[in-house]
Structure formats: structure tokens, C-alpha cells
Design a protein around this ligand. Structure first.
Ligand code: SF4
Length: 353
């Protein structure tokens, strides 16, 4: 028995039914793989179905406005993924006539596609022998071969890539990669792997040595940096001041209530007044704190407070922001916790507060 035969026999009986597995369309596999980065399968299903209903073909997505596309991504987070997907699909339409290329170099040259996503697309849609090594596969192979190196190191990832390539079934590379995804999700899970249900038990070195619970090895992550922010809820006749974040960096291009980092030895009030005057052209007074949220990204943890503000004088610099009616029915792609504040304001308005 080989790893491939044991794994594929198991997969034939136990494969998960997932909406993106209904056909082998490279565009759909691409969309699903990008959505699945950082997001659980169960959560992705609904987003994926809505997305494919609205953008069934690459051309439908390529023609759509970025703001609409980001709206369909709202809630999945890490919006640069949606932006890259959009520009990648536009490139596919402009350069390759709407057909995702089947050459590894060309696929990897598309925005947002790395080795893993290229491997998934090429193996599943085009039956090519290309590994798709993600965290699941790193974990499974580090256990199967009892690897003693940190799995986050580039050299370990390379080692696993080569092991997967060596062991994958040349006749069914796409199924082999998907079987690993399923095994990692259902059996060889991060904590307490279910070795009793695993088709690879007799081939697994970690199981033989009873070290499956301590593998894979990894160096601990750094804690995220704590950032204190203040945001202005500046209302004028039931419309609120909002602005778009810069095109680069965290939550690029998303919408927010004007917000600023509150550095040590300053106050939220002073920081907000300075921000609104210098960047938006408005003199304001700062009132009560209305909402407070904690929002954790991979490297940063925001502590953000929203303050009621009142305009005293000045005129909004139009390139810096806009007045937005929360109940207009238009949904902005909000930046992280700003959506919570917008929802809370809507709720308060509905209840007459
Ligand atoms: S035997 Fe256990 S540790 Fe080894 S691959 Fe299977 S589930 Fe993972």
C-alpha cells in the first residue's frame, strides 16, 4: 500500500461535498481557494454561492466595479484578496481571452496567486502534477515523515513540497491534493489527530513513535501590536462623514468614519480635532464616547472608540471624504469595526435614540 492508494481509497468514500467541487472550472476553483485563505469552509460556502450567482464567468467579474466586488466580499476580511482576484481575472480576460492559463509560470504571475493556489488550480482543473501545500498539508506530512524542523521555515516547506510531489498519484493529482485537504480538515486535525480513523496509520512515522500530538513543530508567533484609535461620528442632518482608506496597507480602499491613532501622551479629543481640521478641513468639538470595539488582525489589535462630534466651522475637502446617509440602502465596504459602528448607529436611529 502506498500513501497515494490509501489516501485515494479513503477519499473515494469520504470526500466532502463542496459547492466548488461540482465541476472542474479553474475560475471557480480560483475563487474558492482565495476565499478559503484565512476563512473556514463552512463560512465560505455561502459567500461562494452568492459570488458565483452574481459573477458566474470570469467576464462577469472583470466587468464589475471594484466597490460592488468588495461588497460581495464584505465579512470575509483581508480585502486585498478580493482586489487581487479582481485584477487577476481582468488580466485573464484581457490577455488570455477569459481562460485561466494552464502553465504554472503564467498562473503564478497573476495577482494574488502563489504556489499553493496555482497548485490547486492546475491539479484540480488541468490534472497536472502540482502540489498544493498549505498548513494542512504541512501538518500531515510533518507527521507522516516525523519532520523535526519548524514547519514555518522555507526549507521545511520546500521539503514537504518535494515529498508531496514524489508521493502524489500522477493519474489523479487533483484528487490527491483534495484528499489531503479533507484529511487535514477531518482526521489529521491540529489538536488530537484522529489516528483511529486515518487511512495512513500504518504509513505514519509520528503514529508509530507516538509523537503525533507534538508535531508539527513551530516557533511561537509574536503577539499582535496593540493600537489605540479614535473615530469621529460627525453627523449633519442624518448624514455621517465617512472617508476611504488609502489604496495600500491594512484594509486598503475600505470605508471608515474618520479615525486616527491615539499616541501616548495625547488624548482622543485632541487627535480627532487635529485630524478633522488638518486633513478634512473641519473644526469640530468632540463629545461622548459612543462605542468601543476590539478588533484583531494577524499583526495588530485595534482598540477603537467612536466619539460623537459636532461641526463648528469649515467646509469638507471633497477629495477627503463624503457625507453618507446610513439608511440610504447603499452598503459601503466598511473597514473592520467601522461596520459594527454603522450597524449600531442604524439600530439606534431605528429605535429613535
Ligand atoms: S496516523 Fe494520525 S498523525 Fe498520522 S497522518 Fe494519520 S491522523 Fe495524522
Amino acid at each position: 500500500m502506498t500513501i497515494a492508494s490509501a489516501l485515494l481509497d479513503w477519499y473515494d468514500q469520504n470526500a466532502r461535498e463542496l459547492p466548488w467541487r461540482r465541476d472542474k472550472d479553474p475560475y471557480k476553483i480560483w475563487v474558492s481557494e482565495i476565499m478559503l485563505q484565512q476563512t473556514r469552509v463552512e463560512a465560505v460556502k455561502e459567500y461562494y454561492e452568492r459570488w458565483i450567482k452574481r459573477f458566474p464567468q470570469p467576464e462577469d467579474l472583470a466587468r464589475a466595479a471594484e466597490q460592488e466586488v468588495l461588497g460581495y466580499w464584505q465579512g470575509l476580511g483581508y480585502y486585498s484578496r478580493a482586489r487581487n482576484l479582481l485584477s487577476g481575472v481582468r488580466e485573464v480576460c484581457a490577455v488570455y481571452g477569459g481562460k485561466v492559463p494552464d502553465e504554472e509560470k503564467k498562473v503564478q504571475a497573476l495577482p494574488g496567486i502563489g504556489e499553493y493556489t496555482a497548485g490547486a488550480i492546475l491539479s484540480i482543473a488541468y490534472n497536472q502534477r502540482t502540489p498544493a501545500v498549505d498548513g494542512n498539508v504541512l501538518r500531515i506530512f510533518s507527521r507522516l515523515f516525523c519532520l523535526q524542523e519548524d514547519i514555518l521555515k522555507a526549507s521545511t516547506k520546500r521539503q514537504v513540497y518535494l515529498l508531496v510531489k514524489e508521493h502524489m498519484d500522477p493519474a489523479r493529482p487533483g484528487d490527491f491534493n483534495q484528499a489531503l485537504m479533507d484529511l487535514g480538515a477531518m482526521v489529521c486535525v491540529p489538536k488530537r489527530p484522529r489516528c483511529g480513523e486515518c487511512p495512513l496509520t500504518s504509513l505514519c512515522e509520528a503514529y508509530a513513535r507516538d509523537v503525533q500530538d507534538i508535531l508539527p513543530l513551530r516557533t511561537p508567533k509574536k503577539a499582535p501590536v496593540e493600537v489605540v484609535l479614535a473615530a469621529a461620528l460627525l453627523e449633519r442632518k442624518e448624514v455621517y462623514l465617512v472617508r476611504q482608506r488609502p489604496d495600500n496597507g491594512l484594509l486598503a480602499g475600505m470605508w471608515e468614519f474618520p479615525a486616527v491613532e491615539v499616541l501616548a501622551n495625547t488624548t482622543a479629543e485632541d487627535c480627532l480635532k487635529t485630524l478633522l481640521l488638518n486633513e478634512l478641513g473641519l473644526e469640530v468639538s468632540v463629545g461622548e464616547r459612543e462605542y468601543y470595539y476590539v478588533h484583531t488582525f494577524s499583526h495588530r489589535k485595534w482598540h477603537i472608540s467612536f466619539y460623537r462630534c459636532r461641526q463648528l466651522s469649515g467646509r469638507l475637502k471633497p477629495e477627503q471624504g463624503r457625507w453618507f446617509r446610513l439608511e440610504s440602502g447603499e452598503e459601503l465596504p466598511w473597514a473592520g469595526p467601522h461596520r459594527k459602528a454603522a450597524d449600531a448607529l442604524r439600530c439606534a436611529m431605528k429605535n429613535g435614540f
